[in-house]
Design a protein around this ligand. Structure first.
Ligand code: SF4
Length: 198
C-alpha cells in the first residue's frame, strides 16, 4: 500500500485526511477535535480496542449502542452532530466500504446536514483497489463480525462469504462512499499505522 497515494486520492475526492502512527495519537487528536460535542458511535471494534470511547466520555455526550441500552440510542447516534465509525475497507483509490445489518451505521455516516463524520481505518483495512476492498468487507470483516453472533450461516463453516440467503445473515447492505456526502460539514478519514478492528 502506497499510503501517500491513498492520502492524495482521498483528498482529491474531497475527504479531509489525518494520518497517525498509533491509535493513541488518533485518540488524542479526536479528544481535542470534537471536545464538548454530542457524538454518535457506530458498532466499531476499532473504537473499542483503541480506548477512544473512554477518552471521549470525559468531555462529550456519547450515544453508543455498545454501551448504552436505551431504546432510542440508535436514533440518537444517527442524529448526533458528530458520528464516528470504523471502515470495513478503504481502497487505495480512495473509496470507503462498509457492510451493515440494521443499517444504522450506514445511515449515520451518509446523512446529516452540517454533520461531521470521522471514519477510522487501521492499516489492516487498506486494500489496493475497490474490488479487493469489497472482497475484504465480505470475506474478512463480515465473516469475523458474524462470529460474534450465534448465527448459523455458511461462513461459520469455512470462513468464506457465500453471499448467502440465510435468515441469520447479518451483513445485509454494502455501502461504498465515493465522495463526502452533500451538505456535511466534514467527512474525515483517519488512517492509523496499526492493525485495528477487523
Ligand atoms: S452473506 Fe452470509 S456467508 Fe457471507 S458473510 Fe454474510 S452471513 Fe456469512
Amino acid at each position: 500500500m502506497d499510503i501517500e497515494k491513498l492520502i492524495k486520492n482521498l483528498q482529491l475526492r474531497g475527504f479531509s485526511v489525518q494520518h497517525f502512527g498509533t491509535a493513541g495519537e488518533m485518540v488524542s487528536y479526536l479528544s481535542e477535535e470534537i471536545k464538548g460535542c454530542e457524538v454518535g458511535i457506530g458498532g466499531s471494534q476499532t473504537v473499542k480496542d483503541s480506548g477512544l470511547y473512554e477518552a471521549l466520555k470525559a468531555n462529550n455526550m456519547i450515544h453508543w449502542h455498545w454501551t448504552d441500552k436505551d431504546s432510542d440510542v440508535l436514533e440518537k447516534e444517527i442524529a448526533s452532530e458528530v458520528f464516528i465509525t470504523g471502515a470495513n475497507a478503504v481502497s487505495e483509490s480512495g473509496e470507503i466500504v462498509n457492510i451493515d445489518g440494521r443499517g444504522n451505521r450506514l445511515a449515520a455516516q451518509v446523512y446529516g446536514i452540517g454533520k461531521r463524520v470521522y471514519i477510522l481505518a487501521g492499516r489492516n483495512k487498506l486494500c489496493p483497489d475497490l474490488s479487493s476492498a469489497i472482497d475484504r468487507a465480505h470475506n474478512v470483516a463480515a465473516v469475523k463480525n458474524g462470529n460474534k453472533f450465534p448465527t448459523r450461516t455458511p461462513c461459520k463453516i469455512d470462513g468464506k462469504c457465500h453471499d448467502c440467503l440465510s435468515p441469520d445473515r447479518i451483513c445485509r447492505a454494502t455501502l461504498i462512499i465515493h465522495k463526502p456526502l452533500m451538505d456535511m460539514k466534514k467527512m474525515e478519514v483517519i488512517l492509523v499505522d496499526e492493525d485495528l478492528g477487523y
